[in-house]
Design a protein. Structure first.
Length: 205
């Protein structure tokens, strides 16, 4: 892993380090590597990266990063609060935070950050984000470019989904992925009333 700091990858644009038993040290190693400014996609799924790893990671110059995936790491609300207001998120179009121990408390900090203004896709699979978090999304002035959100495994209800669909702050939102139990007949009607074309929603099979 330390060899990544040697500047030996001048054409590197995409880096996937999923399931490599990486710890917090990887954050600082990546941040000080010479390819941070050229990388467009970074995937660190299924490792052991926590708060200390995030604080190290955000120190890098991630000028062109467009996709960041941190799924299945013990990041929690504290790590997301550090991530919310730093340059690493400012260019992101896609952010994946599946199974990181996120709750409404940390999520509200994230969606209140101007840094997320370019996000198109937000993946939150299997976190403890509830209707409270969905109301925060609906009220955020920074998510007007958001097109897709994944909420599989999150304890949300049809009321929370309706809040998203009816928000004037989310004019480009067209896709919501949720558990089948949330897609009641009532919410399907509400979704189709909100959009000129039938709303596209997906449930986990």
């Amino acid at each position: 892993m330390k060899h990544l700091g040697a500047g030996a990858f001048p054409l590197l644009r995409k880096l996937d380090l999923t399931n490599n038993q990486l710890t917090n040290a990887v954050g600082g190693i990546l941040a000080t590597s010479e390819f941070t400014e050229q990388l467009r996609e970074l995937t660190l799924n299924h490792n052991d990266i926590g708060l200390a790893g995030i604080t190290g990671l955000i120190a890098g110059r991630w000028t062109n990063l467009r996709s960041l995936s941190l799924a299945r790491n013990p990041i929690g609300d504290s790590g997301i609060r550090w991530l919310a207001d730093v340059p690493i998120v400012e260019g992101l179009r896609q952010l994946t935070l599946n199974m990181i121990g996120l709750t409404d408390k940390g999520f509200k900090v994230l969606v209140a950050s101007p840094g997320i203004a370019r996000l198109r896709t937000l993946n939150l699979y299997n976190n403890r984000v509830t209707d409270v978090g969905l109301r925060a999304i609906a009220a955020s002035p920074y998510l007007d470019r958001l097109e897709s959100i994944s909420l599989f495994g999150c304890p949300v209800t049809e009321t929370g989904i309706a809040t998203l669909a009816e928000s004037p702050q989310l004019p480009r939102l067209w896709k919501i992925e949720v558990d089948p139990s949330v897609l009641t007949a009532w919410i399907r009607v509400r979704l189709n009333q909100r959009f000129e074309a039938p709303f596209h929603s997906e449930s986990q099979s």
